[in-house]
Design a protein around this ligand. Structure first.
Ligand SMILES: *Cc1c(COP(=O)(O)O)cnc(C)c1O
Length: 430
């Protein structure tokens, strides 16, 4: 485990320049496959007697550097990268679960994840109970005999609820199931869920870690702190049919899940990250700690300003004194609360749409975590397919606007919103 600090690891971890011909930048190994010395060497690689590169769907030297760096930054023992955050989540769950298994999840989740758990996985016999995550006990109450995982977002998108990770992790421990935390919005700069009892951490690298809106990617970081031999996960202790009788836990111990993600998850589901995208994401990761500090500062300043605008009904940002998550935020996110702010437009659905359609500096699009400021009206876009009741449980209301506050000058962001507010003011403020 590295003894160096975050900013140093973000620039150096995982890259031994002697292994890459002295290149100071991490090179892009744009290759599908790797030449074996001879058939015996190939046989040893396939049987894990020797570790090395076989095929880029399983691993690649550029991807490996990104994996090692992210594992270091999240304080895990290993990491596996994927083509997107969604590929990481679906592959991560399907590598762990089978028909008949059950998940307890926070109801405040990214829309895509909510649909995966609510609609697609049930079709494969994997069901989920969604709970109000503001009370950790709700997780325990929802546990069934077949429960095999708890799943949450450390800072929910778009509800921005800060969860009591230690509280929830204690119930995961009691239920002997892995605690999986999507840490996309908080980023490893602001929060390391493994330090608070998480076993598996997931990120959409598409967001703050890549940070510049140019490449999709995802990662699973393995805390190496879950006992896969506790009787609930026979796929880890019995000989694997899918890998010539390999007993994961006996052979690989704490790293069992990391290897299963590669040997079965990537082999069978194929959601590998392109090495060029790994390179792009590494460029972003190198400046993550500087960017996230500025994103957080801008977001807090804008949230405070929004609270004073007469066109605004309410503002939600975990760093605000008025936030009901302020005390959890002080505990879990003391160094900043990231760049997402939500607020309600007086005048509801139509007023919110008008604001999203009028701004010019903010781009109207479905993403977060870009250097550029972004805006969306979830009720008419990302959450449109959900019923009003489902929208409410994921934290979306008709008047809600989500901002991903970028790195522009804060005064320009205020002017842009002010101009948009002037378009709705006359109708609804009288
Ligand atoms: C965007 C996002 C995802 C999905 O990631 P993609 O890279 O878009 O597939 C998952 N979780 C959260 C919290 C997200 O914001």
């Amino acid at each position: 485990m590295s003894t160096q600090k975050f900013a140093t690891n973000a620039l150096h971890a995982g890259h031994d320049v002697k292994q890459t011909g002295g290149t100071r930048a991490v090179p892009i190994y744009q290759t599908t496959s790797y030449v074996f010395n001879d058939s015996e060497h190939a046989a040893n690689l396939f049987s894990l007697k020797e570790l090395g590169f076989i095929y880029t769907r399983l691993n690649n030297p550029t991807n490996q550097i990104l994996q090692d760096r992210l594992a270091t930054l999240e304080r895990g023992i290993g990491a596996v990268v994927f083509a997107s955050g969604t590929a990481a989540i679906s592959t991560g769950l399907l590598t762990l679960l089978k028909a008949g298994d059950h998940i307890v999840a926070s109801s405040s989740l990214y829309g895509g994840t909510y649909n995966l758990l609510n609609v697609t996985l049930p079709r494969l016999g994997i069901t989920t109970t969604f709970v109000d995550a503001s009370n950790p006990e709700n997780f325990e109450k929802a546990v069934q005999e077949n429960t095999k995982a708890f799943f949450v977002e450390s800072l929910g998108n778009p509800k921005l609820d800060v969860l009591d990770l230690q509280g929830i992790s204690s119930y995961a421990k009691k239920a002997q199931v892995p605690f999986i935390v999507d840490n996309t919005v908080a980023t490893p700069t602001l929060l390391n869920p493994i330090e608070h009892g998480a076993n598996i951490v997931i990120h959409s690298l598409t967001k703050y870690i890549g940070g510049q809106g140019n490449s999709l990617g995802g990662v699973i970081i393995d805390g190496g702190n879950f006992d896969w031999s506790n009787g609930k996960f026979p796929e880890f202790t019995e000989p694997s049919k899918g890998y010539h009788g390999l007993k994961y836990h006996e052979t690989l111990g704490a790293a069992s899940y990391t290897f299963k993600l590669i040997l079965e998850g990537l082999r069978d589901f194929g959601g590998a990250l392109s090495p060029t995208n790994a390179f792009n994401i590494i460029q972003g990761l190198e400046t993550l700690s500087v960017r996230i500090k500025q994103h957080s500062e801008n977001a807090l300043a804008l949230a405070k300003w929004l609270e004073q605008q007469e066109e605004v009904a309410w503002v939600n940002y975990p760093g605000l004194e008025s936030s009901k998550y302020k005390s959890l935020s002080d505990k879990y996110l003391p160094n900043g609360q990231s760049g997402i702010v939500t607020f309600g437009a007086k005048g509801g659905f139509e007023a919110a749409k008008t604001i999203a359609d009028t701004v010019k500096v903010f781009s109207l699009l479905a993403n977060i975590g870009d250097t550029k400021s972004l805006i969306i009206h979830p009720a008419s876009t990302t959450h449109q397919q959900l019923s009003e009741e489902q929208q409410a449980s994921t934290g979306v209301t008709a008047d809600l606007i989500r901002l991903s506050v970028g790195l522009e000058n804060i005064e320009d962001l205020k002017s842009d919103l002010k101009e948009a507010f002037s378009k709705i003011a006359k109708k609804v403020l009288v």
